[in-house]
Design a protein around this ligand. Sequence first.
Ligand code: ADP
Length: 466
Amino acid sequence: MRLFWKLFCSMVMIAALACSLGGFVLIDGQFRAGLDARAETVMTENALLRRTLLRELQFSGGLDRAAAVRLTEETFATAEERGITFRIADSQGQPLAGSRLPVESGLARALGTEQQGWELLQTSGRAYLHASSPLALGGETVYLENWQDAGDLFAAREEQYHVFFYLLMGLILLSALSALAVSAWITRPLGRLSAAARQMAAGELSQRVEVRGSDEISCLAQDFNQMAEQLEQHMRALTDTARRQEDFLRSFAHETKTPLTSIIGYAELALSRPDQPGLVQESAACIFREGRRLESLSRKLIDLIVLENERLRLRTVEMSDFLEQAAAVLRPGLEQAGIRFETRIAPGTAEIEPDLMESVCLNLLDNARKAVEKEGLIRLDGIRTEGGYCIRVTDNGRGIPREELARITEPFYMVDKSRARTQGGSGLGLAICRRIVDLHGGQLEFESELGRGTQVLVWLKGEENA
Ligand code: ADP
């Protein structure tokens, strides 16, 4: 059963129950009050009759049962004509004088010789209020009994029930209409939520619902939106990863195909011309060069894959010593190539894994070397920062176009492919650097201007921040 109908039925049922119960209690209370008032009248009437009878008996001097019977018949002969019905009966309820009680009654026996009382007598659709009081006459007890028709009270109650039934029908109709409106009002946001969830299931992850108010359903809508946001982000990340993996594989295939084609081509050439030692020599040199490229590529790939699951053991290292050592490795080569290499290294510590961080520094310095012309300038700075240490590699080389900056750390990404390949590059160096810096909890930043140079910053955490 749908929530809409559950709400609707429960509201209508509660309204119907409450109205009928209220109506019944009200009508019944009114009926009882009327009955009590009528009983009071009958009792008063009984007391008056009793007093009159006793006075008459005193005047006539005899107070025995026969005198009472006689007097009753004489004195109240006219009373019956005025609609007052009464009788004298013995303790067994047998009538001695007066009118005939329409229904047999045991009230006299129940009352005893002291009490007076009343009862409701009902017979074949008629009702009477019957009062009785004992009279001691000459040592004998008789009962003065009177009664009144109470049928009008029952008829009035019937009439009230009748009217109330139609009223109840009207109320139920009215409450059904209100219940329809309220159920629709309550369930409309749920309908919107459900439609949004269906659309999301169909792939529309940008779907959101409007949040109105602060009730439970609004909270649910808020949670739904949060969940949708998370899901969308998650899906975007997954799609991104899948795209990157695809790009990676495509680039990998491409990068390995080029040297392999060269190797096969040169090998074929050498085999087909064994009589030309110069050509064979040249082919062998090309095969060797391309083989080295393949070897370097596979080494870098292995590094990248291994780093993917690496957990580093960092230690506090004095960065000035560390950077001086890294600079010393490259300095002879750079100077030989006619490149100016300057260092300005401040003392300070950082939490690093030295071998991996050295690989980052060498990679960045090597990139700078490839970017500068002869007599270019490369600077290696070590800067102590508030929470750690920063390594800065600056060159005045060809620079990187602004729109390419965001992509240069993607695997196999090369700004100028042919130039990079000629220089032995494969586009994996910066991807490895980024991974290593990420593992250190640091940040890798690039600033570059085309034709003016590039600056790479490696922000590392210090001892207190690690
Ligand atoms: P590669 O193995 O080709 O050096 P990297 O991942 O290290 O690969 O670098 C990606 C690309 O970014 C390079 O091909 C190069 O075009 C560009 N690049 C990196 N560093 C610099 C720099 N200092 N100046 C100019 N271009 C750079």
